[in-house]
Design a protein around this ligand. Structure first.
Ligand SMILES: Cc1cc2nc3c(=O)[nH]c(=O)nc-3n(C[C@H](O)[C@H](O)[C@H](O)COP(=O)(O)O)c2cc1C
Length: 168
């Protein structure tokens, strides 16, 4: 069902970023072509090299450093896919997109996307329950962004709560 599909995967700086190696491997096993954009913060949790090796494509991080200047990289990346997925999506990323801020490669590309965008938030329960974050999520849903809501479970910061990455 997924064979031949093209997915743009945005990875932001949450602890769940390390799980994206397995996620990309799963997509690749279904013959999905995956291109990855990471935020600078995401590179602190998993290296671009790892995701490059698994996706078999260069991973884009910087707006001006990594971008291929022979084309407008964020527009090419925005047009590349059938669907864009941002996983994990930080509170910061959600806030930026909800406010129209496009100050790095990922937020700029997602802002330029006209295809469906699926956002998979993952964060500490306090962050997830923060009314500003919830307001940003509600606003983005109104604009047609899809969400895969976080699940209840063990938190990387200790204890249990809502905010962990969805296992679906
Ligand atoms: C160890 C550690 C874990 C973090 N985990 C998360 C997280 O799961 N979700 C989140 O929203 N922010 C998390 N943060 C905070 C983000 O890294 C921070 O807000 C950063 O600015 C996000 O940048 P980005 O949205 O550009 O990737 C974490 C920070 C640290 C140091």
């Amino acid at each position: 069902m997924l064979a031949g599909k093209k997915i743009l995967l945005g990875v932001t700086g949450g602890i769940a970023a390390y799980q994206m190696a397995d996620f990309i491997g799963l997509l690749r096993s279904q013959l999905v072509d995956v291109r990855v954009i990471m935020t600078e913060a995401a590179t602190r949790f998993i290296t671009p090299l790892t995701l490059e090796t698994i996706s078999r494509h260069k991973v884009t991080v910087g707006m001006f450093i990594d971008a291929d200047s022979s084309r407008v990289e964020h527009i090419s990346l925005a047009r590349f896919s059938d669907i864009a997925i941002v996983a994990p999506a930080t509170a910061n990323f959600i806030g930026k997109i909800a406010s129209g801020i496009a100050d790095d490669m990922l937020t700029t590309t997602i802002t330029a996307c006209t295809q469906p965008v699926v956002i998979c938030p993952a964060m500490n329960e306090g962050m997830w329950r923060n009314p500003v974050v919830q307001d940003n999520v509600a606003k983005l849903k109104r604009f047609g962004y899809e969400f895969v809501e976080p699940e209840h479970g063990e938190m990387a910061c200790g204890g249990e709560g809502w905010g962990g990455p969805a296992s679906r």
